[in-house]
Design a protein around this ligand. Structure first.
Ligand code: FMN
Length: 402
């Protein structure tokens, strides 16, 4: 099996004595493993045990200069391809849900871009407490995977839900969470964000796309081992690890950048919201109302922007091309027409009229529309999960073309 880099966070519950077993299972599967611990965890299992099993120093204190010297906590967070917190105490779940960073496990969890898997373990009443349930729900909404807890006899003497899942099961879920390096031989071109069409020296016509969907696709494709280039209109989002970013503003700039990258690409995912029209004659100076007759309005003449998706589809060869259709009404029919008109392999339609999904939020409710009329409706999901589902479909398509 291919070696991946897994960081195991151990927290202060009685099930910490099973953490060494989890580390051994992950090592046996061929992975590189490192550990971080909360100070409380060191009362349940010694750092020396975990250091011996991983062959690497264990971080128990981010303020200890000797530990930070070996590999600092940010480097550790960057190193990880997956963070597994096992066992995850009620206390640590609360920290993770609320973004605290006052000990090594939660600090690294906040600093890493790697996916997070937690294996809760605690007394049944702690588990069923509304505060813990709320924290777990928050984590799940954010796309965190939760394994267990199992039902059984608990160390505290109670029976019920609260036992940490078996280390072998946690290791199996970790494999799923890591995902495969299934896009290793692919070059993925992703577009993201909403283009800006200049009106004058300071103003532009824009749209409400945040770029979050495209960034999530780029991040997931990189995690699956693809070479990824992300052509993005302006957004405040950080570039995902391992992704090459090309910044553009207008639709014409986006077209030029996309055409440069297109030759090398084997998969193209066009999630950017590209303006259909642009002002014919943007002013090099700021337009001022004083320059117009008193009370007069201003009419902007617009012309069509190039249809990038249609142009790429005409040059498709054996590439896989996915388009996005953000629609406010008649969503499926409109997206089907767009798919047929452009000739791409798959269209992802989203209904931007629904509150809480679509533009500038972390969730999306999408429908996959296939040539030939097949439709797949997905539930509302975090954009990272939509990205994973989309790339699963793309991989199937690629499997068919190779
Ligand atoms: C013997 C003993 C066993 C404990 N077991 C658990 C447990 O299984 N789960 C849990 O959430 N807390 C457990 N606790 C309480 C935690 O140790 C406590 O909440 C601690 O602050 C957790 O810190 P951490 O999340 O930073 O590791 C236990 C405490 C003791 C003394």
């Amino acid at each position: 099996m291919e070696q991946r880099r897994i960081l195991v966070g151990v927290t202060g519950g009685i099930a910490a004595y099973k953490a060494p077993e989890l580390v051994r299972a992950l090592r046996r599967a061929g992975h590189a493993v490192r550990c971080v611990m909360t100070p409380e965890a060191t009362s349940f299992v010694t750092p020396l045990v975990l250091q011996t099993l991983t062959g690497a120093p264990v971080t128990t204190d981010v303020l200890d200069p000797s530990q930070e010297g070996e590999i600092d906590h940010i480097a550790l967070a960057d190193w990880a391809e997956l963070l597994v917190v096992a066992p995850a105490t009620a206390n640590t779940l609360a920290r993770l849900a609320n973004g605290l960073a006052d000990e090594p496990v939660s600090t690294v969890a906040l600093a890493t871009r790697a996916p997070l898997l937690v294996a809760p373990a605690m007394n049944v009443n702690m588990w069923q407490h509304p505060a813990t349930q709320r924290n777990v729900a928050t984590l799940k909404e954010r796309g965190v995977r939760v394994v267990g807890p199992d039902v059984g006899e608990l160390a505290c003497g109670w029976e019920g839900e609260g036992r940490m899942s078996d280390p072998a099961e946690i290791a199996a879920v970790a494999e799923l969470a890591l995902g495969s390096r299934s896009l290793q031989s692919e070059v993925v071109l992703v577009t993201a964000g909403g283009t800006r069409e200049p009106v004058d020296a300071v103003r532009y016509l824009g749209n409400r796309s945040s770029g979050k969907m495209g960034f999530a696709v780029a991040e997931e494709a990189a995690r699956r081992g693809a070479e990824v280039v992300l052509v993005t209109a302006p957004t405040g989002l950080a570039t995902p690890a391992g992704v090459r970013r090309v910044d553009v503003e207008s639709a014409t700039e986006m077209r030029d950048a996309v055409l440069v990258e297109f030759d090398k690409a084997s998969i193209v995912i066009k999630s950017a919201a590209v303006a259909d029209f642009r002002p014919v004659a943007p002013s090099a100076r700021k337009l001022k109302k004083e320059d117009l007759p008193e009370g007069a309005g201003l009419t902007l003449e617009l012309e069509r922007n190039p249809d990038i998706l249609a142009e790429l589809c005409r040059r498709k060869d054996d590439r896989t091309i996915v388009g996005f259709a953000a629609e406010s009404h008649d969503v499926v029919a409109a997206a089907q027409r767009k798919l047929e008109r452009k000739g791409c392999d798959l269209m992802v339609a989203n209904d931007i009229s629904r509150a809480g999904t679509g533009f500038d939020v972390d969730h999306n409710t999408v429908v996959f529309i296939w040539p030939g009329g097949e439709i797949e409706e997905l539930p509302t999901l975090p954009k990272a999960e939509v990205a994973a589902q989309l790339l699963d479909r793309v991989e199937k398509l690629r499997g068919g073309t190779k």
